[in-house]
Design a protein around this ligand. Structure first.
Ligand code: ATP
Ligand code: LTN
Length: 333
């Protein structure tokens, strides 16, 4: 083992990832591959907290793995694996549940939002979501967890549970730190810029998926909701829609917000929206092409999955044994 710190993160295969998932999470992971021992998961158990079509969920898990690799994650450098392949995630969740209080879960913003959106299916898994997420992180003793701003609260629970367990038994878990990017941590919906862009949004015009083709991307940006004063100025409070488009443009072109304001000082929203659409489409095209190529080679993806599972299991098994011993369970010979 080298002395690099450990990084862990995951995305749910709950839909095709959006550009929000990309700039808020996956894109940043790629930059850390050399600096950390990186472990990235496909959080399929989390996805079950909302009703899924089983055959679609299965296909999307493989597609998400292909997308990870297409975005630049190198399976030779990091561990890429499917959460449900490593049974220790569910087992540690049980142990951590015994030191978690219902009150700290029921006040989570995501739980409240998702309970309102899926009122017909408010299940225990939805409430327990942050504990499973804490298990993901703590099993690997991750130091750093790169996520979008919406996951900050869940990271707090993971930290609280690590500290609580360490205090109640003895030092066991690393207390993880969130890494939230300065720009792109919360890409907003194109149809309602006060709401986070989300891959499970019923309104397809609200998000750009990593599968959208150039025409679709340009059409969605053309329709993006903005104010009506036609000035391209960054002002989140009063001009949420335009500010969101400026952030996206900045992330896909590398230009600063200031230089975007200058570039478009004598242009209107129509011109700007077209430019944003073109920049995003050309940024996504090589990724989508690579992903589609990878999907033609299922044997390769299955091998990456199996390697990832083996490496992740080895670490997870060691941590879980330690936890079982500390809480007083008898370990089998
Ligand atoms: P769902 O709609 O199913 O809840 P989601 O699109 O919110 O899914 P997740 O799989 O829950 O996505 O999140 C994966 C990662 O992407 C997390 O790190 C999350 O913080 C980040 N992320 C999600 N949405 C955005 C967004 N709009 N802007 C920036 N980062 C985001
Ligand atoms: N809940 C996360 C996905 C996720 C995750 C994790 C992120 C599951 N397990 C562990 C970081 C670390 C989300 O983005 N909704």
């Amino acid at each position: 083992m080298d002395d690099k710190k450990i990084m862990f993160s995951a995305v749910q295969p709950s839909g095709i990832p959006t550009i929000g998932n990309y700039v808020g999470a996956i894109k940043n992971w790629v930059d850390f591959q050399d600096e950390f021992n990186c472990i990235f998961s496909i959080a399929d158990l989390h996805t079950l907290t909302v009703k899924q079509e089983p055959s679609e969920l299965r296909a999307r898990s493989l597609e998400l793995l292909a997308l990870y690799i297409a975005c630049g994650l190198d399976p030779e450098k990091c561990i890429l694996f499917v959460q449900s392949h490593v049974h220790e995630h569910a087992e540690l969740t049980w142990i951590l549940n015994t030191i978690t209080y219902p009150g700290e879960l029921s006040r989570m913003t995501q739980f409240k939002d998702k309970s309102a959106r899926h009122a017909e299916n408010v299940n225990m898994g939805l409430m327990d979501y942050p504990v499973l997420m804490a298990s993901d992180i703590l099993l690997y003793n991750a130091h750093l967890v790169p996520v979008g701003a919406d996951q900050k609260q869940h990271l707090e629970i993971a930290r609280d549970l690590a500290i609580r367990f360490n205090n109640r038994y003895s030092p066991t878990f690393v207390v993880p730190e969130p890494y939230i990017p300065k720009v792109g941590a919360k890409v907003m919906s194109l149809s309602d810029p006060t709401k986070k862009m989300s891959k499970s949004d019923d309104n397809l015009n609200g998000f750009i998926s990593m599968n959208d083709d150039t025409d679709t991307i340009i059409r969605k940006f053309k329709r993006a909701v903005t104010d009506s004063d036609n000035k391209i100025v960054y002002d989140v409070e009063n001009k949420a829609g335009i500010s969101n488009l400026m952030t996206i443009y900045s992330l896909f072109t590398g230009l600063s917000l200031e230089s975007i304001e200058n570039e478009f000082s004598d242009k209107g929203y129509g011109d700007f929206k077209l430019k944003v659409g073109e920049a995003v489409a050309s940024g996504l095209k090589p990724i989508t092409d690579k992903k589609n190529d990878l999907l033609k080679n299922k044997d390769y993806l299955i091998k990456v999955m199996a390697d990832g599972r083996e490496k992740a299991s080895r670490i997870a098994m060691r941590t879980l044994k330690k936890v079982y011993r500390k809480v007083g369970l008898v370990l089998p010979e």
